[in-house]
Each structure stands twice: as C-alpha cells, then as structure tokens.
Design a protein around this ligand. Structure first.
Ligand code: CA
Ligand code: CA
Length: 221
C-alpha cells in the first residue's frame, strides 16, 4: 500500500507540532514511528473546514481487519452500533490510530495500516493474534475542539507562563460569554471559577498548571 500525499502532509503537521514544543529528541523518535503507519484517503468531502488534531474530540466509525482480510472489530455492529467518541492523540485509541487519524475532516474515510508495535503488540488482544499488523477503515463523523485542548490552554494563559491564574481564567470566560452575546456579572464568573479550580487545581496552589489542565495528557509526550 502506498503512502499517499495526504499521509506525508499529516506527517509534516505532526512534526511541526512536536518541534513547536521543543522536544527534539521525542520528535526524532516519533518520526521513526510515524513512518510505519500507512494512511490512504479513501474519500474526502470537498468542504473541509476543520481538520483533526491532538486534543480534539472525534466521533467515528471504524472497522478493524487483519492482513488476511478477516474482521476483528466493527463499531457499526459492536456496542449497539454507536459511533465511538474519543480524544485524539492522547492514547484513548491505539497509537497507530492516534497518528493515522490526524488531519482528518468530518466525512472523511481512511484506510490506516498499523504495525503491531503501534497496535496490539506482541501479546495481541482478543481476536487479534500476537505481532499482528492491523488495518482500520475509519469514517470520521465529527471533529470538535476538545474543551481541554492545549490550544485552549494557550489562549487562556495570557502571560504564557504555562499556568493559569484565576484572573486569566476570568478574562477568558468573560470573552467567551461576551462572544456568545451573554455577558454575566462578577458573582457568576466567581462561581464558575471556584468550580473550575476545585476540580482542576489538584495541588491547591491557586494555579492550574498545564498538567493539571490537560487531563488527557499522557506522559509519553
Ligand atoms: Ca499564566
Ligand atoms: Ca495547581
């Protein structure tokens, strides 16, 4: 199976993302892995306004096959046929899908071939035997920015010190509510902020660190 133009594009986007975070060594390691996931765009809508990226909430159907063509998973028949929700790029799905489903738009279908190391590994899982390369046919139904994406964090963190003060959160909330045409009074914001900090400020230092904020962040990144 050839790696299409789309595959390379996705590779570059990913590369850029990690470089931006200044983790060069991880970039190199990750690039090695990226080469192994083969992505083929099966169909794509003409209108594609929002492409998937790390931290996005994805709703998708997927079918999983072994290389001999036998099917081991089908989201249309499993779990009452509901498409699956997951946050992209954070380990909620196998690594190969986290990589292969970057840069997709709603309505797009892809065939993603994933080597064992980025799928179910040397132990396999259920009907997937050990060391098996797997092929997923995925259809993305919707892509939305996760409420806890690092994009949102960066927006809120006005002084860019990678932690959020109550004042920063308040500014952000005010802007959001004003954008929505529904500005609120101070007690309203104070209440939400207290709630946010109660849930997120786990070490109770009065700041929300990027780690505390991003509940989906995995230590592999
Ligand atoms: Ca800050
Ligand atoms: Ca804290």
């Amino acid at each position: 199976m050839k790696i299409g133009r789309e595959g390379r594009k996705q590779f570059n986007v990913h590369n850029f993302y990690f470089k931006n975070n200044g983790k060069t060594k991880i970039v190199e390691m990750r690039n090695e892995l990226l080469k192994e996931v083969k992505t083929e765009v099966v169909s794509k809508p003409e209108q594609c306004t929002q492409k998937s990226k790390k931290g996005d909430l994805i709703n998708a159907h997927y079918d999983g096959y072994l290389l001999d063509g036998s099917q081991f998973y089908c989201s249309r028949t499993d779990k009452a046929g509901h498409p699956q929700w997951f946050v992209l790029g954070v380990g909620q799905v196998i690594k190969g899908l986290d990589i292969g489903m970057m840069d997709m738009c709603a309505g797009e279908k892809r065939k993603i071939t994933v080597p064992s190391d980025l799928a179910f590994g040397k132990n396999g899982k259920g009907p997937v035997p050990p060391n098996a390369t797997v092929v997923f046919e995925v259809e993305v139904l919707s892509v939305s920015r996760g409420p806890r994406s690092m994009e949102a964090f960066t927006l809120i963190d006005l002084d860019q010190d990678r932690s959020l003060t109550k004042a920063e959160v308040k500014e952000y909330l005010k802007l959001e509510y004003e954008k929505g045409g529904k500005p609120r009074d101070d007690p309203f914001y104070e209440k939400i902020i207290a709630d946010i900090f109660r849930k997120s400020d786990r070490d109770r230092d009065g700041l929300i660190s990027s780690k505390e904020y991003n509940i989906y962040e995995h230590d592999e990144l």
